[in-house]
Design a binder for this molecule. Structure first.
Ligand code: AMP
Ligand code: MG
Length: 710
């Protein structure tokens, strides 16, 4: 079976809508791709969860990723039950039967007990379902199990017996409420299934489906969950830990192991369903605890650079949208100390372990007391002692008295308001001042900046000096970050010589390599200089091999078109990985994109102006995704033009520009070999794809080099 790219693990709930603050017993969804967990998702209601799943599955399909979704409730009932209810042994007939009846709303109000009553009435005697919130409601459901006999249908499935489950899918109330989860879950699965690209294990093979749903129980990795929670004592909600570890463990299964788990099932499972992973719990527990650092991220897909077929010149935005959709981080993850994290990409959210400020404190030097002060003059007795930053006042301050407080001092008990010392006359054991003063004046509340448990910084963030201040303030010393993206730079061309060497007739100095290496450095990646390579296929092949080994991305310049001496494109074609990028952009010759031994190659045009523009416009945002910092569109500014230009329709144009006197000047020549213009410029002028006649004073979009990270 084709392997899965993404694993979701859904912890279902039959309960009412949960609070906005992530809480237990809600719906939690774990997400992992090849061992890389994403932040688990918290859903307040089933309706919210269903909408999230539908949207997520759409996005994964668009990105060409195959998804395995585990749910923690039975997909079927004991043998014979489906036929008893629907007249058909097909488990999906029962799914449809339930979907047609179960009602649910945003608040979580639902009719599951009524539907269970309807099923019970189809049996002789009380029927199999039991358990309800109060003994008096729903007469066709027994309050307790006593008196319920399982002679017409078994109480447990083969899978439940195998897993030694304490629960039965007929128990609707009192923990575990598995029976209620099934009733509130199967209708959602039924609707997901109607998407068409979804298969359900083990009822369907799922070999060709883009999405496979399966029953998986978090209880299978209970030992791993226990161990993980003991090893890292945090407040992380247990349900969250479960789905996080289990989705990751499943995503780490080898292809063959996965197939085994998918296919080793007893005959009864074809109607009753089966719990994915039974019999393989040791392996799942082992994978759940595999340290993160042992992992490298999932490989890119071979077709990640494919452009729409049959289009002659692809518009810039279309090409960018494809890159954005298909590229994923390729850098490994490591833990570093706060002091070493500047410029690194956060791999996980920074969650505050301490509030900032941790306690209420004074914003000024002055005198503290309780409550607001009315207009007019006031005198308060002054207590002995003081509160200073780091040296709190131990006692309590009685109402109607004041105490000396200094900036940053924790407010003593009984103090919530501070008056500036400049506004006070200090007398003998008392202070005098004039009101009014608002309650809470000059005091900082505990957590007014960040509350413990809040996400202080999001994964994907490139850490700035201010971020390090925030990280430290909220009590975090170690950060999970990505290794810097390693970018190899190769120049190609027989005509190139190294600056410092003597250039003979017909030779030119290599301008692209120093430029590209410097750009890579400014982007926060790690440049790797692979030198100049002559127009020689074997030499270039060896250089690409070497670069693929040493780097995460390869930038080449020159030789990217389809001519005799265009060896970059020729080699990528040979490797079966060549995508010719003909983009409707000026300046810009065709680019050659592809994977060389799994490493993405940006075959840039040789022309330095085109090489720079293509790097800024295409390679840079792509490298942001590969580095884990996400997609970043450069910030542009609309300003009046100081030039005139007729632009034909059909492609986007980038001019070399700069701002003088609040107007955008364009370089005197658009010649694409004019390197001096790149240097003269302080950014690019972006002119939209359509026709334009720009006159002085007309608005144009200027993107400073700084917006491109230079
Ligand atoms: P190519 O894409 O190889 O056909 O090169 C297009 C133009 O860019 C030619 O005029 C090359 O001489 C020039 N060129 C290629 N590589 C470089 C480089 N590294 N530095 C300066 N010019 C270059
Ligand atoms: Mg060349």
């Amino acid at each position: 079976m084709k392997p899965f790219d993404t694993v979701l693990m859904v912890d279902w709930s039959a309960g009412k809508r949960r609070p906005a603050k992530p809480s237990k017993d809600a719906i939690w969804i774990g997400i992992a791709r090849a061992g890389q967990p994403d932040e688990p998702v918290y859903c307040r209601s089933r309706i919210e969860a269903e909408a999230w799943l539908a949207e997520f599955l759409n996005a994964e399909r668009e990105a060409g990723r195959r998804v395995f979704v585990g749910f923690d409730f039975p997909f079927g009932y004991p043998q014979g039950f489906a036929r008893h209810i629907t007249g058909s042994g097909d488990p999906f007939a029962l799914w449809d039967w339930l979907e047609a009846r179960i009602r649910d709303d945003e608040a979580g109000n639902n009719n599951r007990f009524e539907v269970a009553e309807e099923m019970n009435r189809l049996f002789d005697g009380p029927g199999p379902f039991w358990g309800k919130p109060n003994p008096d409601g729903w007469p066709d459901i027994p309050y307790k199990k006593q008196g319920v006999v399982y002679d017409q249908v078994a109480e447990r499935r083969v899978a439940d017996l195998e897993a030694r489950a304490a629960s039965s899918c007929f128990q609707l109330f009192f923990k575990p409420t598995v029976g209620s989860q099934v009733l509130m879950g199967l209708p959602v699965l039924t609707r997901l299934r109607r998407r068409g690209d979804v298969a359900v294990r083990p009822f369907e093979s799922g070999a060709d489906a883009n999405v496979v749903l399966a029953e998986v129980w978090p209880g299978l990795i209970e030992p791993a969950v226990k161990q993980a929670m003991a090893a890292a004592p945090t407040d992380e909600i247990r349900d969250r830990v479960q789905v996080r570890l289990l989705s990751r463990a499943i995503s780490l299964l080898g292809d063959e192991e996965f197939d085994t788990l998918m296919t080793q099932i007893p005959a009864a499972a074809h109607e009753e369903a089966w719990i994915f992973g039974i019999g393989h719990t040791d392996r799942l527990n082992e994978l759940a605890l595999l340290p993160m650092t042992d992992l490298s991220p999932p490989p890119l897909r071979n077709d990640c650079f494919a452009l729409p077929a049959g289009v002659n010149w692809t518009p810039v935005d279309e090409a960018l949208a494809l890159l954005e959709k298909r590229l994923t981080p390729v850098t490994a993850v490591e833990e570093v100390a706060l002091g070493d994290a500047l410029g690194r990409v956060l791999e996980q959210d920074v969650v505050a372990v301490r509030s900032n400020p941790p306690q209420a404190n004074s914003a000024v030097d002055g005198y503290g007391f309780a409550g607001a002060v009315a207009e007019g003059s006031h005198v308060l007795p002054l207590l002995q002692g003081r509160a200073a930053a780091g040296v709190p006042y131990a006692g309590a301050v009685p109402p109607g008295t004041a105490i000396r407080v200094l900036t940053g001092a924790a407010l003593p008990d009984g103090v919530d308001t501070v008056i500036l010392e400049e506004d006070v006359t200090l007398g003998d054991g008392q202070i005098a001042f004039r009101g009014p003063l608002k309650h809470g004046a000059n005091a900082r509340k505990a957590g007014e900046d960040v509350v413990a448990g809040d996400v202080a910084l999001k994964a994907g963030r490139v850490l700035t000096p201010a971020d390090l201040a925030l990280t430290s303030a909220v009590g975090i010393a170690q950060l999970s970050v990505r290794k810097p993206l390693r970018v190899a730079v190769i120049s190609t061309g027989d005509e190139l010589v190294e600056p410092g060497q003597t250039a003979r007739e017909g030779q030119i100095f290599d301008a692209n390599r120093p430029m590209l290496l410097a750009m890579v450095q400014r982007f926060g990646a790690m440049p790797i200089d692979m030198g100049r390579i002559a127009d020689d296929r074997d030499a270039l092949r060896a250089a690409l091999d070497d670069a693929a080994e040493k780097a995460d991305v390869i930038l080449t310049s020159g030789g990217a078109s389809a001519g005799d001496e265009d060896h970059v494109s020729a080699l990528l074609s040979e490797a079966g990985a060549m995508q010719e990028w003909r983009i409707a952009v000026k300046p810009g010759r065709p680019m050659a994109l592809g994977l060389w031994q799994g490493t993405p190659v940006f075959g840039l045009p040789g022309n330095p102006v085109a090489a720079m523009v293509c790097t800024l416009v295409f390679a840079r945002p792509a490298m942001g995704l590969l580095a884990g910092s996400g997609w970043e569109a450069p910030q542009g500014f609309i300003l009046p033009a100081a030039f005139e230009k007729h632009k034909k329709p059909g492609r986007r144009e980038y001019l070399r520009g700069r701002i003088r006197d609040s107007q955008v000047e364009a370089f005197k020549s658009e010649g694409s070999g004019r390197i001096s213009g790149l240097s003269w410029a302080e950014g690019l002028i972006e002119i939209e794809d359509g026709e334009r006649h720009i006159q002085p004073g007309d608005p144009v979009r200027f993107i400073p080099y700084a917006s491109f990270g230079l």
